[in-house]
Design a protein around this ligand. Structure first.
Ligand code: COA
Length: 285
């Protein structure tokens, strides 16, 4: 059961906590009557919330989702586009915030991020969907690179984003036709990890969040940073970077996971690394 955290007061989003001490925080886009379309205010709210939550000790996993029937219907055509067409300063500010939270802050968020796609997901929403480390969709969710349908290209960095997760044919097909597709297709294209019936979406998302929340946070952070960073490197750069990253992890890992786990496997024989996580003192407490 999630409860709204009233320390975080925003006009267009809600911050909710799952249970007590679970380390799971929900960031809910909360303009359901507008299908959670992204207004300039929503961009400012998300940008601030992600900045605060990055160092929030109660957040070990962040789940991004939408209120009501939609995940997010993309940029708000009225408020983001038409509303700032003749207001360069407001357009600049909205565009800066829009890029900052959807890509910079989210793709570099120091804890696990999961997108839970509960319904409509269009256009600019693909950026924050892809910025999340993991993504689960309802089978019934409707996705669309709808830009071509109304005379624009998948801008911001949407075109760049889709090429990171979708194969070339799917990226071409769905961006050129603008055809909508469901959660099962989204999973097949690599846009989400998997899809489940809408009735079990929340439960399955929470299971994944709980699994990630129980892991060593330093190892999770360094792992996700490593995977993202090496994509743009040559093999020799990656090898050098990963060697340094491994050493840095041993400095940052306050619970010394590597040594604890080796002792549990090799000496105490109480766990098998191939089959699950080592026994963490924190998790036992
Ligand atoms: N920008 C601004 N307003 C939006 C919006 C968007 N991206 N998406 C939905 N809304 C608003 C509608 O204008 C409507 O407002 P109103 O009640 O004041 O008239 C309200 O949200 C509900 O939308 P409606 O179209 O009636 O709901 P629906 O459930 O029948 O359809 C969608 C939902 C998402 C399929 C449809 O609203 C849509 O196509 N939206 C645009 C999606 C898109 O192409 N986004 C990409 C932008 S880059």
């Amino acid at each position: 059961m999630a409860t709204v955290d009233t320390n975080f007061n925003y006009e267009t989003i809600k911050i909710e906590r799952e249970g007590k001490g679970e380390g799971i925080t929900w960031l809910v886009l909360n303009r359901p009557d507008k299908r959670n379309a992204m207004s300039p205010q929503l961009h400012a709210d998300c940008d601030d919330a992600l900045f605060q939550l990055a160092t929030d000790p109660e957040t070990r996993v962040l789940i991004l989702t939408g209120a009501g029937e939609a995940y997010c219907a993309g940029q708000d055509l009225r408020l983001f586009f038409r509303g700032t067409d003749n207001a360069p300063r407001q357009r600049f500010e909205a565009a800066q915030n829009s890029h900052s939270w959807r890509w910079s802050r989210l793709s570099r968020f120091p804890k696990t991020t999961i997108a839970m796609v509960n319904g409509f997901c269009f256009g600019g929403a693909f950026t924050h969907l892809i910025a999340c480390d993991l993504a689960i969709a309802a089978d019934e969710a409707i996705f669309g690179l709808s830009e071509v349908n109304w005379g624009i290209i998948p801008g911001g960095v949407v075109s760049w984003n889709v090429t990171q997760v979708m194969n070339h044919r799917d990226a071409m097909y769905y961006s050129m036709t603008g055809d909508p597709f469901d959660g099962k297709v989204a999973a097949r294209t690599g846009l989400v990890n998997f899809s489940v019936p809408k009735a079990s979406l929340r439960e399955e998302t929470l299971k994944l969040a709980q699994k990630m929340s129980a892991k060593n946070p330093a190892t999770v952070r360094f792992t996700k940073e490593g995977i993202r960073a090496v994509r743009d490197m040559t093999e020799s750069q990656a090898a050098d970077y990963l060697a340094a990253k491994s050493d840095a992890l041993r400095f940052h890992d306050k619970e010394g996971g590597r040594e604890v786990a080796m002792k549990q496997f090799l000496d105490e024989k109480v766990f098998r690394p191939g089959l699950g996580n080592y026994i963490r003192e924190e998790a036992k407490a």
